[in-house]
Design a protein. Structure first.
Length: 300
């Protein structure tokens, strides 16, 4: 179990400071793939960096199992990252002069495996991500999607319980993005890993188990992707020729109407503050996700 409580991160610079996270509390369970969404600057990467031990919080707690990550420093923090966390970044962390096999072997050996054990594990992991026949290829000889899947194999070399993936599909076309997401989904559901994924792409988000929404450093809502899929289907116009963008536009309009109705009910004291906040944030989260999906398919 990964838990963050009242997490705060402040970056100071000459003349001022930026509060990247403002009291975020959330939990992430093994065997689930959680998607963190939000606009640029909302705190997605900061949250992942604090959970992964790349950065340290200004306040609050990061607990990974029994490890109090927020209390670790120096060598202890390095050991935590090496033994417990697998990182997958938008910018690939592959060494260009090493083959795919050698790239995966390197962190395995750093984690304490012998060369023979590292070779075996690297072959197993490349097969797991669908690249068993590309072990001898160098990164430049692989497609972007294949490189990202090698990067996932690298992240798994130390057999971490936690996978942190920051925009892993940002530079990929839809076909390759799906292959990468399928691997991450399999790691959570088939291998019991805790996978936390940050993305702007709703097409990626709908394949995860839950969606958290960050805005301005705060957690503002949570939804299940299945709710998003159902909402789109239920709003479909009856005409068989209706395009996906038309379906989404109808749903957005319906949600905006429901938001206005919810606000009016609150003004008339028909909803408590807690009921209003819960319903309104869920509706806004759904609206934002659908708006991003509409943008991603090239519709205005």
């Amino acid at each position: 179990m990964v838990e963050v409580r009242d997490l705060v991160k402040i970056y100071k610079y000459k003349g001022g400071e930026v509060q990247a996270l403002k009291g975020v509390t959330a939990s992430f369970t093994p065997g689930t793939l959680t998607c963190v969404m939000g606009p640029s600057g909302s705190g997605k990467t900061t949250l992942l960096n604090l959970i992964g031990g790349i950065d340290t919080p200004t306040g609050g707690q990061v607990n990974v199992g029994k490890i109090k990550v927020h209390e670790l420093k120096g060598v202890e923090l390095d050991k935590y990252r090496l033994m417990n966390v697998g990182f997958v970044f938008q910018a690939l962390n592959l060494i260009p002069t090493l083959t795919a096999l050698e790239n995966v072997m390197l962190p395995a050996q750093m984690a304490g495996l012998s060369r023979q054990e590292s070779v075996k594990r690297a072959h197993e992991l490349l097969k797991l991500v669908g690249l068993g026949d590309k072990a001898s290829r160098y990164p430049e000889e692989l497609s972007g999607g294949e490189q990202q899947r090698v990067a996932i194999a690298v992240a798994l070399a130390n057999d971490p319980s936690l996978i942190v993936a920051d925009e892993p599909t940002a530079e990929l076309d839809s076909q390759n993005a799906k292959k990468v997401v399928d691997v991450l989904v399999g790691l959570a559901r088939d291998y019991g890993k805790t996978v936390i994924l940050a993305t702007h792409d709703p097409r990626v988000a709908v394949n995860t188990d839950r969606i958290l929404r960050l805005e301005d450093g705060r957690l503002v809502g949570e939804a299940k992707p299945i709710d998003l899929e159902k909402s789109v289907v239920s709003s479909a116009p009856r005409e068989a020729s209706a395009t996906l963008s038309e379906i989404i536009k109808v749903k957005i309009a319906n949600i905006e109407k429901e938001i206005r109705e919810t606000e009016e009910m609150f003004r008339k004291n028909m909803l408590s503050a807690e009921e209003f906040y819960s319903k309104a944030t869920k509706l806004r989260l759904m609206r934002e996700a659908l708006t991003e999906l509409l943008t991603s398919i090239g519709s205005s």
